[in-house]
Design a protein around this ligand. Structure first.
Ligand code: FAD
Length: 396
C-alpha cells in the first residue's frame, strides 16, 4: 500500500495552509481534494476580510492560496476520500482512487451551509444570496435585506446585519422564534428588525442581483412579493464528515453537538495522529482567517507527532535493550540533570527524552513523573527509576 507522512483531506484554506507549513517543515505531504482547490470561498464574489488583500473574489484568493501551496511542492491528488480506517494503530485513508497509509492525517473537509432549496437560490448565490453575515453584511449598507430562519443564528445574525442594512426582515415558517430569550428580545426590540411570521420563501427573483422574494404564508396560502437586495439563509450548517461516520458513531472520533469535530489547542482529535482544522471543528468563528490559523497549528502539531513517532520509536522501542531518561525541558533543575548526563562519557548511550514535549511517548511508556530513568527491552519497560542525579543511573 502507498505510504505517506502527512495526508491532508481537503484543499480549502485550512488544508492549503497546512500543506505550506507541512512542506516547509520537511514533511512528505499529500493533499487530496475532490473539487476545486480553494474550498468554499470559490463560491463567493467578494472577500474583504483577509488581511493584506483589501478586495478579491473568492476564486482569486483561492487561486493565490493554491499557487502559494504549490510553490512548496506537496502532491495534489484529485480524489474523493470515502473513509478513514484504523488497523493495528495504522491510519488508512480510503479514496475512490485507492488507499494510502498515513503517519498522520489532517481532516480539513470544511462545512456546508444547509440550502433553502427554492428556485433562484443557487443562481443568486454570491449575487445577493449569502450564508454568512460577517462575510457579506457590509455589502448591504443602507439596503433592505431578509434573513431566512428562526433559530439563534438567524436571530443573532439578523441583529448583526442592522449595523449595515436599513431594514432586516426575518422570515420564519412559524409564529415565534426558536432562539434564546435574550436574543429574541434583542431582535424584537430593534426598530430595524421586522419578523415575517408563518412564511416561507417560494422563489428568489432578480435580474443581475436579487431584487425580490416571493413569499407564501403557510397558514393562509397567500403569496406576496418582498423587495430586498440581499437574502441571508440561516437554516443551519454542518461539517463535511460523512466519510467519518463509522468512527463518529462508534465514539472513537469525538464530536460536539451538531457533529463538529472536537480538537484541543494543537488541533489533535481524539484519535492519535489524526488532526482536524478549519470549518469542520467545534469553534466560535468559521472564516478563512481562522481556518488558515488552524491549518498552520495542525501541520506543526502533525510534524511534532511524526518526528516523535519516527525518531523516538526507532530509538526507544526497536532496539534489543536501551536505557532512557525522561526529563522536563521547562524545569531548570531537570535541564541541568540532562546536561550532566549528556556530558558524562559513561552515560553516552543513555537516550535523553524531553518528556514535556514528547508527552505521548511518556504516556505510552507509563512515565508518571519527571525525571524518570527506564530500561527498555524490545519496547517493554523492564525497570523504572526515579532519579535526582546522574549517579542514580548506576542502579539502572
Ligand atoms: C458564500 C460564502 C462566502 C464566504 N465569505 C467569506 C468571507 O468573505 N470571508 C471569510 O473569511 N470567509 C468567508 N466564507 C467562509 C470561508 O469560506 C470558510 O470559513 C473557509 O473556506 C473554511 O475553510 P476550510 O479549509 O476549513 O474548508 P473549505 O473551504 O470548506 O474546504 C474544504 C475542502 O475539502 C474538500 N472536501 C470535502 N470533503 C472531501 C472529501 N471527502 N474528499 C476530498 N475532499 C473533500 C472540499 O471540496 C473543499 O474544497 C464564506 C463562505 C461561503 C460559502
Amino acid at each position: 500500500m502507498e505510504k505517506r507522512e502527512l495526508v491532508i483531506i481537503g484543499a480549502g484554506p485550512a488544508g492549503l495552509t497546512a500543506a505550506i507549513y507541512g512542506r516547509r517543515s520537511g514533511l512528505d505531504v499529500l493533499i487530496i481534494e475532490k473539487g476545486l482547490p480553494g474550498g468554499q470561498i470559490n463560491t463567493t464574489d467578494e472577500i474583504e476580510n483577509w488581511p493584506g488583500v483589501q478586495h478579491a473574489s473568492g476564486q482569486e484568493l483561492g487561486d493565490m492560496f493554491r499557487k502559494h501551496a504549490e510553490k512548496f511542492k506537496p502532491e495534489f491528488r484529485d480524489a474523493e476520500v470515502q473513509g478513514l480506517e484504523l488497523k493495528d494503530g495504522k491510519k488508512i485513508v480510503v479514496t475512490d482512487k485507492g488507499s494510502i497509509e498515513a503517519s498522520a492525517v489532517l481532516l480539513a473537509t470544511g462545512a456546508s451551509f444547509r440550502k433553502q432549496g427554492c428556485p433562484g437560490e443557487a443562481g443568486f448565490t454570491g449575487r445577493g444570496v449569502s450564508y454568512c453575515a460577517v462575510c457579506d453584511g457590509a455589502f448591504f449598507e443602507d439596503q433592505d435585506v431578509a434573513v431566512i430562519g428562526g433559530g439563534n443564528t438567524a436571530v443573532e445574525e439578523g441583529v448583526y446585519l442592522t449595523r449595515f442594512a436599513s431594514k432586516v426582515y426575518i422570515i420564519h415558517r412559524r409564529d415565534s422564534f426558536r432562539a434564546d430569550k435574550v436574543a429574541i428580545e434583542r431582535a424584537l426590540g430593534d426598530p430595524k428588525v421586522q419578523p415575517i411570521w408563518d412564511s416561507v420563501v417560494e422563489e428568489i427573483r432578480g435580474t443581475e442581483m436579487v431584487e425580490t422574494l416571493l413569499l407564501k404564508n403557510v397558514k393562509t396560502g397567500e403569496l406576496s412579493e418582498l423587495p430586498v437586495s440581499g437574502v441571508f439563509v440561516f437554516i443551519g450548517n454542518e461539517p463535511n464528515v460523512g466519510f467519518l461516520k463509522p468512527l463518529i458513531d462508534s465514539g472513537v472520533l469525538k464530536t460536539a453537538r451538531g457533529g463538529w469535530i472536537k480538537v484541543n489547542d494543537r488541533m489533535e482529535t481524539s484519535i492519535e495522529g489524526v488532526f482536524a482544522a478549519g470549518d469542520l471543528i467545534e469553534k466560535y468563528l468559521r472564516q478563512v482567517v481562522t481556518a488558515t490559523g488552524d491549518g498552520a497549528t495542525a501541520a506543526m502539531a502533525a510534524y511534532a507527532y511524526i518526528s516523535e513517532q519516527v525518531h523516538l520509536e526507532g530509538k526507544l522501542l526497536e532496539p534489543e535493550e536501551v536505557s532512557a531518561v525522561f526529563y522536563s525541558s521547562v524545569d531548570q533543575a531537570q535541564v541541568r540533570l540532562a546536561g550532566e548526563i549528556e556530558g558524562a562519557p559513561q552515560w553516552n548511550r543513555v537516550v535523553l527524552v524531553d518528556g514535556y514535549k514528547n508527552s505521548r511517548m511518556a504516556e505510552k511508556l507509563q512515565v508518571q513523573s519527571l525525571p524518570c530513568a527506564l530500561k527498555i527491552k524490545k519496547g517493554t519497560v523492564t525497570k523504572r527509576l526515579e532519579i535526582s542525579s546522574a549517579t542514580d543511573l548506576q542502579s539502572l
